[in-house]
Design a protein around this ligand. Structure first.
Ligand code: SDX
Length: 385
């Protein structure tokens, strides 16, 4: 039976519709299909900006001037290197675990070695956050190399954030279109309201824990198939369908069985995810250039079937549907897709965790108790039936 206090607040499963924090960082308009970072529409940022600048914008609330930009980029470049024991751990785990598990452990390990994580004040949290943003591409690229049994490629001081990530991951410099595509994908993944992983980051920092612990929580939450893990599974579904002619039957049967189709549906968007729209355009370009049109055409047909069957329920492609295909077309294997999501999202996690901890209140919701209230009589173990 609910107590009097419990009934004064509405109960929402999965905190659906509950406002748990105030933010000036980003806004997801689920009805109009808009995503805004600090007042800028994401399509504007994708066309005119780059990941470093967007990351600065999320953290600082404004675009940097020339000097601020060059200082920020220099700091990121200085902090992006890993130490030998960190590469050794990646080598060891890379062969045996899923890249998302390796990522969680490596981020936790780097934090564990850092004495500043013991009782950080906000200024230290900011430094730790910047370090995480700088190192994340290096860590994920190294995980990709180790997981595929390849030698590490060390960071290139002259490359941009996304191009160096590409280079360290794949061992070659990206073409102009590949560089633009990856930078776009990272910008589109940088922030997205109170999604599960961002909430996990904020929840952890709200206990005044440190930024590395906060990022470890976020990575753990992102790993699940209902969140970041959907991109890997979306590609595998597209590959299973194989050709557009199979989509109607296979997807139709899955819908009839009430299976969840990965890469579709969203808690906030009831229209087409604006990020998926942009990623779809890139996916079409790159699959055409790489002679993998059948992949794109199959995905497009799956989308058509889904919208005709479930569009009236507000189910459309989300960010995870076309992103995997894009990464695959430029040479990434599926089990690295979700870590790539984390490379983009690290700026949003850090920005939101810092914004929250600057005006902190520990997260501590309640549960609606629906068990027995008793008091029941205790029966000793040898007297029970
Ligand atoms: C991300 O929150 C964020 O912002 C996340 C994210 C970010 O940038 O951080 O945008 C990234 O996580 C994208 C989502 C990736 N996940 C998937 O693609 C997995 C498949 N999608 C879902 O399981 C689902 O749509 C969620 C988890 C994304 C949203 O879940 P909700 O809001 O709890 O919705 P629900 O599961 O309660 O579904 C509502 C209805 C149900 O039908 P009914 O029972 O009412 O008849 O819609 C149906 C669901 O069965 N439905 C789907 C579906 N998604 C919802 N049916 C088939 N396939 C789907 N994908």
């Amino acid at each position: 039976m609910a107590d009097a206090q419990q009934t004064t607040v509405q109960f929402a499963r999965g905190l659906e519709g509950v406002i748990a924090a105030e933010t000036r960082i980003g806004f997801v308009d689920g009805n109009l299909g808009r995503l805004v970072y600090r007042g800028f529409d994401i399509s504007t940022l994708v066309e005119q900006s780059n990941y470093e600048e967007v990351s600065y914008l999320l953290l600082n609330g404004k675009l940097p001037n020339k000097e601020e930009y060059s200082n920020y980029v220099s700091r990121l470049k200085k902090l992006k290197y890993l130490e030998k024991d960190e590469y050794d751990l990646i080598s060891k785990l890379g062969k045996v675990s899923h890249p998302m598990s390796t990522l969680r452990t490596v981020v936790s390990y780097i934090g564990a070695k850092d004495p500043r994580t013991v009782e950080p004040d906000v200024a230290v949290q900011e430094d730790l956050g910047l370090e995480l943003i700088a190192k994340m591409p290096t860590i994920v690229a190294a995980i990709n190399r180790a997981h595929n049994g390849l030698d590490f490629v060390k960071p290139d001081p002259d490359l941009s954030y996304s191009s160096d990530f590409f280079y360290q991951s794949l061992g070659r410099k990206p073409s102009t279109i590949e560089a633009k595509m990856l930078d776009t994908a990272l910008i589109l993944h940088a922030d997205h309201g109170m999604n599960a992983s961002t909430f996990a980051a904020m929840l952890t920092i709200s206990t005044l824990s440190d930024m590395y612990s906060s990022a470890t929580s976020a990575i753990s939450a992102l790993k699940g198939p209902l969140h970041g893990g959907a991109n890997e599974r979306a590609l595998s579904l597209i590959q299973k369908v194989g050709v557009p002619e199979n989509a109607e039957k296979i997807i139709g049967e899955m819908i009839d069985r009430k299976d969840k189709i990965m890469g579709f549906g969203h808690r906030v968007y009831k229209v087409y995810d604006p990020r998926a729209k942009i990623l779809k355009q890139f996916a079409e370009r790159v699959t055409t250039a790489n002679k993998q049109q059948v992949l794109f055409k199959t995905a497009n047909k799956i989308e058509e079937v889904m919208i005709s069957r479930l569009g009236s329920k507000g189910i459309f492609p989300n960010v995870d549907f076309y992103s995997g295909m894009l990464y695959y077309s430029i040479g990434f294997n599926p089990d690295i897709f979700t870590p790539i999501f984390a490379v983009g999202r690290i700026s949003g996690w850090v920005a939101r965790a810092l914004e929250y901890v600057r005006d902190n209140k520990i997260f501590r919701p309640k549960a609606l108790y629906s068990g027995e209230t008793g008091p029941k009589k205790y029966v000793p173990v040898n007297e029970r039936d």
